[in-house]
Design a binder for this molecule. Structure first.
Ligand code: HEC
Ligand code: HEC
Length: 390
């Protein structure tokens, strides 16, 4: 008897989700998003990060399903740009690990971004909370509204002839589906649309994007650590893992005599997040402007999902976006040769005025690449939770 009452209750709840007494009015949202869009109940955005993932910069615990769902709509809605032509998802593309395959991305009216559009993979699972290549946003919640207020990206900058964010808030307030969705996502605390709420919803969404189903994860889970050989790896992948992980032993000319390439010192497994103490890595030009000089870029996205499941690189790499293949990355680190005016390269790469010379053989270079390829997952590229609702 009890069980039937329970099932009946569930059915009633499900029905009320759409129209019934005490439920949310989501009619305009369903009209906008399509009747099949999962609002009641929303999709489950809880993290499934494995136990060995311990770094986490989220401000307040778990991702909330409704806020993330609202964030998903905002992320893909071109209404968030001045001329309704650009969404976050225009530059952060699911098929490219939420980065862009162009060196610089196209914003409003053909304007180009000043740096490469970073992949948004495991953004939350990093010790460093600061965002952007140059760390200028203090954390993700602070970051997510900046593209909306950027004059090139989405255009509500309040500069020149562009209106400010208030104009966007009024625009969204005028859209009935957003009144409904904001009320729903913020537990009936009203239909208000403000910067704080937009930031929260986008932050819940972006920080839910995760990738932990790579062959590396399989190997790590079985072995329990990064050391030793993984039984699911080829010999080349295991050698590459050693090279990535082990620091180089150097002679007094800074030439490697044994050891590895020392990548893990800055891109720290198993998250592959950037060491918060990392200095610049000698990539000191501006994107699209080789004559420009810029040493402020000391953040890197996680090195997971550099390659896509089809084996090609997801995005051009580094803030300049001019590293198109992984071979050029290895060539760069083999001997970092900075601009003559760049005296701030991290001491792990240039000591005093002398570059560390890794002298990697062609086999070692191939091994490193083979290892990086084991860091690619598959679910993230197709999971409905992060795909466009439009
Ligand atoms: C026109 C292209 C474009 C649009 C639109 C855009 N971004 Fe970005 N995004 C970029 C670029 C370029 C960077 C790197 C900029 C830099 O470091 O100076 C970036 C960086 C980021 C980062 C930092 C990641 C990290 O690891 O530090 C996050 C998070 C992000 N974007 C989220 C968003 C969100 C949310 C939106 C929508 C509100 C959005 N982006 C819209 C191009 C874009
Ligand atoms: C001293 C710290 C340091 C070391 C050591 C280091 N890196 Fe980096 N790495 C960085 C920084 C900082 C960036 C971002 C630089 C930029 O874009 O200007 C970066 C960026 C990258 C990128 C581009 C990521 C992207 O999303 O575009 C790759 C790939 C990479 N590193 C691979 C490696 C490999 C492989 C090694 C070892 C051979 C290595 N790194 C060693 C600090 C380091």
């Amino acid at each position: 008897m009890k069980r039937y009452a329970f099932i009946l209750g569930i059915l009633l709840l499900a029905a009320c989700g759409r129209t019934g007494e005490g439920a949310y009015e989501l009619d305009a949202a369903y009209t906008y998003l399509g009747a099949d869009f999962p609002l009641e109940p929303p999709l489950d955005y809880s993290s499934t990060a494995p136990d060995y993932i311990t770094r986490d910069n989220r401000l307040d615990g778990d991702v909330d399903n409704r806020k993330a769902t609202l964030g998903r709509v905002l992320f893909y809605d071109k209404q968030l740009s001045l001329n309704n032509s650009i969404a976050c998802g225009s530059c952060h593309i699911q098929a490219h690990a939420f980065g862009d395959s162009s060196q610089q991305s196209v914003g409003l009216d053909g304007g180009l971004t000043s740096r490469q559009s970073m992949r948004l993979v495991n953004t939350r699972f990093a010790a460093l909370p600061a965002m952007f290549w140059d760390r200028r946003a203090i954390n993700l919640r602070n970051q997510v509204t900046q593209p909306i207020e950027d004059h090139i990206e989405m255009g509500f900058s309040g500069m020149g002839d562009q209106p400010g964010l208030d104009s966007l808030l009024a625009k969204l307030q005028g859209l009935q589906y957003y009144s409904e969705l904001f009320d729903w996502a913020f537990e009936r605390e009203g239909t208000t649309i403000n910067k704080q709420r937009i930031a929260q919803a986008l932050e819940h969404f972006v920080s839910s994007i995760e990738s932990f189903d790579s062959r590396f994860d399989e190997g790590y889970a079985a072995a329990g650590d990064i050391q030793g050989s993984y039984s699911n790896f080829t010999p080349a992948e295991n050698r590459g893992k050693f090279l990535f992980r082990a620091p180089p032993q150097l002679d007094n000319q800074n030439v490697r005599t044994s050891g590895g390439a020392g990548c893990a010192g800055c891109h720290r497994p198993p998250e592959f997040d950037i060491d918060p103490m990392s200095g610049n890595n000698g990539v000191d030009k501006e994107a699209g402007n080789p004559a420009g000089f810029d040493t402020t870029n000391t953040r890197s996205p996680s090195l997971r999902d550099i390659f896509g499941p089809d084996g090609s690189v997801n995005t051009p790499m580094m803030h300049t976006g001019n590293f198109l293949e992984f071979t050029t990355i290895v060539e760069h680190y083999n001997e970092v040769i900075p601009d003559v005016n760049n005296r701030t390269v991290d001491g792990r790469l240039v000591r005093g005025l002398t570059s560390v010379k890794l002298e990697l053989t062609s086999t070692e270079r191939a091994d490193l690449e083979a290892f990086i390829r084991t860091l690619t997952g598959s679910n993230m590229y197709s999971d409905e939770r992060w795909s466009t609702p439009f």
